[in-house]
Design a protein around this ligand. Structure first.
Ligand code: FRU
Length: 463
C-alpha cells in the first residue's frame, strides 16, 4: 500500500462523514436510485453479479461535487433495490492512474474480480491534452473478496495503442466469448473521428488490437463508453458520441451491428437511447438470463444544473433497466424488481388530478394524443397526428435550466410507464422503444399529476 493510497483511504470516509447530514437534508435526495454519499457521480462502472450479489461501481469524486479526481465508488445489493455502500474500490493513487481511475468494466472468474479501467494522467506542460500530454492507460485491478483491491497494474500505456489516435482512448468493456476475451475501447483519432477499437486476449493481460469499428462517414469526434453485446441473436454497439448533431451537448445511442465485430461488419441506423436531458455513458451486463443496464443520469458539460449542489452532492444512476429487442430496436424497461415497491394502486381518470408521493410509478395505455403534467412544473405530451412527443418544463425552478426536448416516434404511442423519484423522471414509451430521462426539482412534498386524453394507474413506491 503506498502513502497516497493510505491517505486517500483515510480521507474519503472523513469527507463522507462530514457531508452526510447536509446531503441527507436535501429534499431532492433520491430514494430509489444509486447516488453518491457526498460529492460527484458519473458513469456506472464494473457492473456484475457475483453469486447472489450485484456489484455496481461508479465514477466518484468524493472531494468535489462539481467533479474532481475520479475514484470508483461501490455499492452492492441482492435485490437491485436496496443498496449497501461499500468502501471506495479504486483510488487514483498510482503513477498510471493518478489523475483519475476512469471508467471500465468487470469480469468475475476463478474466484477473482477483474476490474479493467482507464488510468487518466495529465502530464505537466503546455499541452492540449488531446493530441499530446495525456495518458489514457489500460489498467487492471483484481480483488478476491470483491470489496478490497489486491493488485493494480498498467496493461497498456497510451503510447502502445494503434497509430493515428489522439490521447483519448478509454473506457474498456471486457467480456469472454468462446474461450477468448474481447475488449472494446472508445477512441478519438488524430483527425477527430470517433471510433471503437476491438482487442482480443487469451489471458486478460496481453491484448492485441484486432479490429476498429466506425461509421463509413465520420460521426462525431469521440466515442465514449462503448458497449458491444449480442441480444437474442442480434449484435448492438452502444456509444456516447461527442460532436454529433443532437439536442443534448453529447449523444448517447446505438447501432445494430451486422456481420462479425472481429472482421467484416456493417453498422445499421444509429438511434438515440434517450430523448431526455440526463442520460449518458450506460453500461450493461448479464445476470444469468437477462441483460441489465444502468446509465448515468446526467450529461457532461450541460448548461443546466442540479440544485443538489447546494447540499454537497450531484448526480445519480438510472434505475436498473432490462434490455430486450424488437428487430433492430432496443427496448429498455425498469427491472421487474420495481414491482415489489408498489403500494396500493390509484386510478388516474382522464382529465382528473391526483396528489401522490414523490416516488411513484404511472402506467397508461393511450389510444391517441395525451398530456401528463407533473408537479405543475413540467408537461409530457404526445400528439397522435405528428407522432411527436414533447417534454417541456413550465416552471423554470423545476427544470433548473432544462427547457424542452422532443422526438418523433416510429409508431403511435400505445404504452407509457413513468418511474418518478424525488428528483428524477424516467418515462418509457411503447414498451421502452423510446425513453425520456430527466432530473427535475419539484417543490418538496406530495406531487400533483394531471393526465389529459388518457387514463392511468398510479402506485406509490417505497423501499
Ligand atoms: C464519460 C467519461 C468517460 C471517462 C469518465 C471520466 O462520462 O468521460 O469517457 O472514462 O467519464 O469520469
Amino acid at each position: 500500500m503506498n502513502a497516497l493510497h493510505r491517505d486517500l483511504k483515510h480521507l474519503v470516509p472523513l469527507v463522507e462523514g462530514l457531508g452526510a447530514a447536509q446531503a441527507a437534508a436535501d429534499p431532492h435526495r433520491q430514494r430509489l436510485h444509486i447516488q453518491p454519499p457526498v460529492g460527484w457521480l458519473n458513469d456506472p462502472n464494473g457492473l456484475c453479479r457475483v453469486g447472489d450479489t450485484y456489484h455496481v461501481f461508479y465514477q466518484y469524486g468524493p472531494f468535489d461535487p462539481t467533479s474532481g479526481v475520479k475514484h470508483w465508488g461501490h455499492v452492492t445489493s441482492t435485490d437491485l433495490l436496496h443498496w449497501q455502500r461499500q468502501p471506495v474500490a479504486l483510488y487514483p493513487d498510482e503513477p498510471f492512474d493518478c489523475h483519475g481511475a476512469y471508467s471500465g468494466s468487470a469480469l468475475y472468474e476463478d474466484g477473482v474480480l477483474w476490474l479493467f479501467y482507464t488510468g487518466n494522467v495529465k502530464l505537466p506542460g503546455d499541452y492540449d491534452h488531446i493530441t499530446a500530454g495525456r495518458e489514457n492507460n489500460l489498467c487492471l485491478a483484481t480483488s478476491r473478496d470483491c470489496i478490497t483491491i489486491d493488485t493494480k497494474e498498467c496493461l497498456l500505456h497510451t503510447a502502445e495503442y494503434p497509430a493515428g489516435l489522439s490521447c483519448h482512448v478509454r473506457d474498456p468493456k471486457v467480456w469472454l466469448q468462446d474461450g477468448t476475451y474481447y475488449m472494446v475501447l472508445g477512441a478519438r483519432t488524430l483527425e477527430d473521428r470517433g471510433e471503437v477499437l476491438v482487442f482480443a486476449s487469451e489471458d486478460k493481460r496481453q491484448w492485441r488490437h484486432i479490429n476498429t469499428i466506425t461509421t463509413p462517414e465520420p460521426f462525431g469526434y469521440m466515442w465514449e463508453c462503448p458497449d458491444l453485446f449480442e441480444l437474442d441473436g442480434q449484435w448492438f454497439l452502444l456509444v456516447s458520441p461527442q460532436g454529433i448533431p443532437c439536442q443534448n451537448v453529447y449523444g448517447c445511442g446505438y447501432f445494430p451491428l451486422y456481420g462479425d465485430f472481429r472482421g467484416a461488419y456493417t453498422l445499421g441506423e444509429y438511434r438515440p437511447l434517450d430523448g431526455g436531458f440526463d442520460y449518458y455513458a450506460p453500461q450493461s451486463f448479464t445476470d444469468g438470463d437477462r441483460r441489465l443496464q444502468f446509465g448515468w443520469m446526467g450529461m457532461p458539460d450541460a448548461p443546466y444544473v442540479n440544485p443538489t449542489l447546494a447540499y454537497g452532492w450531484q448526480n445519480c444512476l438510472t434505475f436498473p433497466r432490462q434490455l430486450r429487442r424488437e428487430g433492430d430496436i432496443l427496448l429498455q424497461s425498469p427491472a421487474v424488481e420495481l414491482k415489489a415497491l408498489r403500494g396500493a394502486p390509484a386510478a388516474l381518470a382522464a382529465g382528473s388530478r391526483l396528489e401522490v408521493s414523490p416516488c411513484f410509478e404511472l402506467a397508461a395505455a393511450p389510444e391517441g394524443s395525451f398530456s401528463l403534467t407533473v408537479a405543475e412544473g413540467l408537461t409530457f405530451s404526445y400528439d397522435e397526428a405528428s407522432r411527436t412527443v414533447l417534454l417541456r418544463f413550465t416552471d423554470p425552478a423545476a427544470g433548473a435550466g432544462r427547457d424542452q426536448r422532443t422526438l418523433t416516434l416510429d409508431a403511435p404511442c400505445r404504452s407509457v410507464q413513468v418511474l418518478a423519484d424525488a428528483s428524477s423522471l424516467e418515462i418509457f414509451l411503447n414498451e421502452g422503444a423510446v425513453v425520456f430521462t430527466t432530473r427535475y426539482y419539484p417543490q418538496p412534498g406530495p406531487v400533483s399529476l394531471r393526465l389529459e386524453g388518457a387514463s392511468g394507474t398510479v402506485w406509490p413506491l417505497s423501499l
